[in-house]
Design a protein around this ligand. Structure first.
Ligand SMILES: Nc1ncnc2c1ncn2[C@@H]1O[C@H](COP(=O)(O)OP(=O)(O)O)[C@@H](O)[C@H]1O
Ligand SMILES: Cc1cn([C@H]2C[C@H](O)[C@@H](COP(=O)(O)O)O2)c(=O)[nH]c1=O
Length: 254
């Protein structure tokens, strides 16, 4: 029985990796599939994983009609057994309905991958429709971690090092990684003006609510009198208490 499955989790939890793995596994078994994405971080029509895997994909424009595209493929003699959709949070609700129709009327498996909520903790329209229509919504098992070591549940936006809660819903970007010092001071200069550095950081709810991203926590730790939280509950970034392993929780954080 064909199904519509929505695989979700925070940014950086392995969704694109799983999308590529599923594509590989199904393809290896002789099933014919289509790989879609929208606004991949790499800027190209590609599904890219931070583990280094990447595969060309079809870019989902606002006017793409999944139903018509698959009908055309089949009319031209190309079988479609499954469809994989990365960055599905950006799809229009009508496009999610077309995906559901592929499942119900053509027996095609649809595996969609995406984050549920934006940096304001509001659902993306595409994700909302997927949650409403999917046969199953699965949370990825690998949980990204907040700087405090707790499982991250929220995607925060950080502009020039400061967490923000207002702005455009869609700004394509990456989580601040090894190449970033997290203070947002390495922005490009365009036409003489410095372009703000937009990054994302996954946080636990407590630190999201306190607007306490890792850079804010670091600067608070250098002025202890300003610390706005209970140190037992919220150890400072980099302190032994902030490590899930030192709290004896490492085994469950795979
Ligand atoms: N060098 C690495 N070694 C092992 N795992 C890594 C490495 N770099 C990234 N990862 C894993 O890849 C995950 C991100 O995968 P990705 O598919 O790009 O995430 P998503 O699509 O959910 O944003 C990280 O959470 C981490 O588990
Ligand atoms: C929270 C949030 C994210 N985005 C963008 C940033 C990235 O380009 C993608 C998520 O990609 P990933 O593969 O899950 O890491 O979404 C956005 O546009 N708006 C947001 O609020």
């Amino acid at each position: 029985m064909a199904e519509l499955v929505f695989f979700t989790g925070t940014m950086d939890c392995g969704k694109s990796t799983l999308a590529l793995q599923m594509n590989h596994t199904h393809h290896q078994r002789g099933r014919r599939g289509l790989l879609f994405t929208q606004h991949d971080r790499s800027g190209a029509a590609v599904v890219s994983s931070r583990l280094g895997l990447a595969k060309d994909a079809l870019e989902v424009g606002d006017d793409l009609d999944f139903w018509e595209l698959v009908v055309r493929q089949r009319t031209n003699g190309r079988a479609v057994d499954y469809v994989i959709c990365d960055e599905a949070q950006f799809y229009r609700p009508e496009q999610v309905e077309q995906l559901a129709r592929l499942v119900d009327e053509m027996g095609i498996d649809v595996y969609a991958f995406g984050i549920t909520a934006d940096f304001r903790t509001e659902l993306f329209p595409g994700s909302r429709r997927l949650i409403e229509l999917a046969d199953r919504t699965e949370q990825l098992q690998v949980r990204a971690l907040c700087w405090c070591g707790k499982p991250a549940t929220v995607n925060a936006r950080v502009v020039d090092g400061h967490m923000v809660v207002e702005g455009e819903q869609v700004v394509v970007g990456d989580v601040g990684g090894a190449g970033s010092d997290g203070d947002g001071t390495d922005g490009d200069v365009e036409g003489g003006a410095r372009v703000p550095v937009v990054e994302y950081e996954v946080l636990c709810r407590r630190h999201y609510m306190r607007r306490m991203n890792s850079a804010a926590a670091r600067s608070a730790s250098s002025s202890p009198e300003l610390l706005p939280f209970d140190l037992d509950l919220c150890p400072l970034p980099g302190s032994p208490e902030s490590s899930p392993v030192s709290r004896g929780e490492g085994a469950s954080r795979t």
